[in-house]
Write a protein that binds this ligand. Structure first.
Ligand code: FMN
Length: 211
């Protein structure tokens, strides 16, 4: 049997100080203890060379949406985009770790999502607007840190444009097997933060068993 491949998409620029990365390490260590642990590659969205979608470049997307090839002058730029999508879709599973920034995602992670979510690549569409995700059958684990206790069912739940966004995006590209873990609050009295970290690490270890 071939070994499954997992892409760790890391969106915290804080390296070893990152709370989401610390919980991801726990998750990956617990997975490594399994006999069938996947091969893991890490993508740091802050250092990855992601294509610039500005200028006239994005017009190619409108060609692709209409089912047309991109114009010759944009072909090289779109071949680069395709390489990023192909690399992303070559994995069986995704581990996304991210801080909350201003209630949503850090812009580097949004940049990555904007690069890989392309028509005819990560999803198919028809002229009636029906969409089929091409990442169907893959699974995802999302570890999301926030300073405030923005948790499901909590008083601040309406501020969540981070986990809810990622769940919506993964669903759009066809991923249905989505697991989420909130690391919060990461700001406050030491005791409160260490309790949140202990709980998140404990949950990460448990979730790694069946992921
Ligand atoms: C630019 C910026 C914006 C932030 N915005 C929010 C926010 O809207 N809500 C929140 O709860 N925490 C916010 N935070 C705090 C981070 O989400 C928190 O420190 C988290 O633990 C960072 O995760 P990391 O340690 O994995 O990088 C923000 C931090 C930064 C640097």
């Amino acid at each position: 049997m071939t070994r499954a491949r997992l892409l760790h998409i890391d969106a915290s620029p804080r390296a070893e100080r990152s709370r989401s990365r610390a919980v991801a390490d726990t998750f990956l260590e617990a997975m490594a203890e399994r006999g069938d642990a996947p091969h893991v590659e890490r993508l740091d969205v802050w250092t990855a060379k992601l294509p610039n979608l500005g200028g006239g470049m994005i017009e190619g997307r409108y060609n692709l949406i209409a089912g047309e090839p991109v114009p010759p002058q944009l072909a090289a730029a779109w071949a680069d985009v395709r390489q990023h999508v192909d690399y992303f879709l070559s994995f069986d599973a995704f581990l996304i770790t991210t801080p909350m920034w201003n209630f949503g995602l850090p812009y580097s992670l949004k940049h990555f999502i904007d690069v890989v979510t392309q028509p005819g690549m990560a999803f198919s569409n028809d002229r009636e607007g029906n969409v089929t995700g091409r990442a169907a059958g893959k699974k995802a684990m999302v570890i999301a840190a926030s300073a405030m206790p923005i948790v499901p069912g909590g008083e601040l739940e309406h501020f969540d444009f981070q986990l809810r966004y990622l769940e919506s995006w993964l669903g759009f590209i066809g991923v249905t097997d989505i697991h989420t873990l909130r690391v919060a609050p990461t700001y406050g009295p030491d005791k409160t933060v260490s309790r949140a970290m202990d709980l998140a690490n404990k949950r990460a270890r448990a979730m790694a068993v069946n992921f």
